[in-house]
Design a protein around this ligand. Structure first.
Ligand SMILES: Cc1ncc(COP(=O)(O)O)c(C=O)c1O
Ligand SMILES: N[C@@H](CCSC[C@H](N)C(=O)O)C(=O)O
Length: 398
């Protein structure tokens, strides 16, 4: 794809997150907080269809325009869109794939992503190849200059926190398969820690339900793209299927995005200490902030930090269950990116829609515990984990 991404950022990202460009929404009263345009339709002056910028909220809404313009700036995208959920974002992107075309993706993926890809392969005649995306050669082997339409990566992956060489994958795919689009689900890093459009990726998307909003009080999906042409195609789908985010959720998302930097910094600094604590207990910990992570250096070259999601193996499913259920501060919940800390067992929760035999074949450990670290005081988080481990029967090393 042509490199037509034009960066408009002038400040550090922490500043850009808070600074809302008032040019994006022409508000008559100069409101300091972008107004919520809670309206389905817009009155027109003329009957000939030549009217204003907005006619109907499915097609466009000023509150949505404001958050989309802000996110395009943050993601360094030619254009950004906000839709009803992260899965909707993927669904909109998948409309670019026609019957007979192919998708290459990972063998460690969020369960809902795997479910939607399975659906398109079963009902839409699209072939989906699941490979180890940490190995560029495996991707190259599946590339077909005629058939491959999308190469879809998570990095880090959910839940095994595997790292793909995003830059190299984008380079090789564009060299070998110029009509294919490289798509990255960047939910786990957020645009604060990782910018994949800058690495040559064509489309970056997020579950805005997670870090971008940060409080688990809304669901949203965010799509950013580098090319105006791809953006037009995506807009066509969003307008056609009515998946654009409602005004109130747009407002909540814009409100949440402003604090992304301080939330992520705190969540990440807590996560680093918690990963160290768990590793010191002898668990196998998956976290790119640990030097033991096989892609520690690569991740450092791609992102400005390791983030705040980690997973660890105990070696025993029943022990993992006891640990999870004994935690008090860590609530047993799916999702991540919220200011509160969460604990879960992916195989029984977020990834349970992946059939057991597929989980086994892809070596997803059934005993895996995933931690999504929040902004609480780290001593309390480690204290609560210590209690949970002890209650579950683990000898905690001090
Ligand atoms: C990595 C990742 N991508 C996408 C999604 C889908 O987002 P949503 O729940 O907002 O549809 C999730 C979780 O749900 C996720 O963990
Ligand atoms: N029941 C839901 C599970 C959502 S998991 C949410 C999140 N992505 C996570 O990884 O925790 C479903 O079936 O999708």
């Amino acid at each position: 794809m042509a490199d037509d991404n034009s960066s408009t950022s002038k400040y550090n990202i922490a500043t850009e997150l808070v600074f809302i460009d008032s040019e994006a929404v022409k508000d008559n009263y100069n409101a300091a907080s972008v107004p919520i345009y809670q309206t389905a339709t817009f009155k027109q002056r003329e009957a000939d269809g030549s009217g204003g910028e907005y006619d109907y909220s499915r097609s466009g809404n000023p509150t949505r325009t404001a958050v989309e313009a802000h996110l395009a700036k943050i993601m360094k995208a030619e254009r950004a869109f906000v839709v009803s959920t992260g899965m909707t974002a993927l669904d909109v992107i998948l409309r670019l794939v026609k019957t007979g075309q192919e998708i290459i993706t990972g063998d460690d993926l969020y369960g809902g992503t795997n479910r939607l890809l399975t659906y398109v392969s079963q009902y839409n005649g699209v072939k989906v190849h699941n490979v180890d995306t940490t190995d560029v050669v495996q991707i190259e082997q599946r590339l077909d200059p005629v058939k491959t339409r999308l190469v879809l990566l998570e990095s880090p992956t959910n839940p095994l926190i595997k790292i793909a060489d995003v830059r190299r994958v984008a380079d090789r795919v564009h060299q070998l398969c110029p009509s294919a689009l490289v798509v990255v689900d960047n939910t786990m890093m957020s645009p604060y820690l990782q910018n994949t459009l800058d690495m040559g990726v064509d489309i970056e998307y997020h579950s805005g339900t997670k870090y971008l909003s940060g409080h688990h009080d809304l669901m949203a999906g965010v799509i950013g793209c580098r090319s105006a042409q791809v953006a037009e195609q995506l807009y066509f789908v969003i307008n056609s299927n009515g998946s654009g985010l409602g005004a109130f959720d747009c407002w909540l998302l814009l409100r949440g995005v402003k604090t992304l930097a301080i939330r992520m910094e705190k969540q990440q600094s807590n996560a680093i200490l918690i990963a160290d604590f768990l590793e010191a207990q002898g668990f196998r910990v998956h976290y790119p902030g640990l030097q033991s992570h096989p892609r520690y250096e690569l991740h450092k070259s791609l992102a400005s930090g390791p983030g705040a999601v980690l997973s660890f193996e105990t070696g025993d499913v029943a022990l993992s269950e006891r640990i999870v259920e004994a935690a008090r501060l860590w609530s047993i919940s799916v999702s991540f990116g919220c200011v509160n800390s969460l604990i879960s067992m992916p195989c029984k929760m977020s990834h349970s829609s992946i059939p057991a035999e597929v989980r086994k074949q892809r070596q997803l450990p059934e005993d895996l515990i995933r931690l999504c670290v929040g902004i609480e005081h780290v001593d309390d988080l480690i204290g609560d984990l210590t209690n949970a481990l002890q209650k579950a029967g683990v000898q905690v090393k001090h």
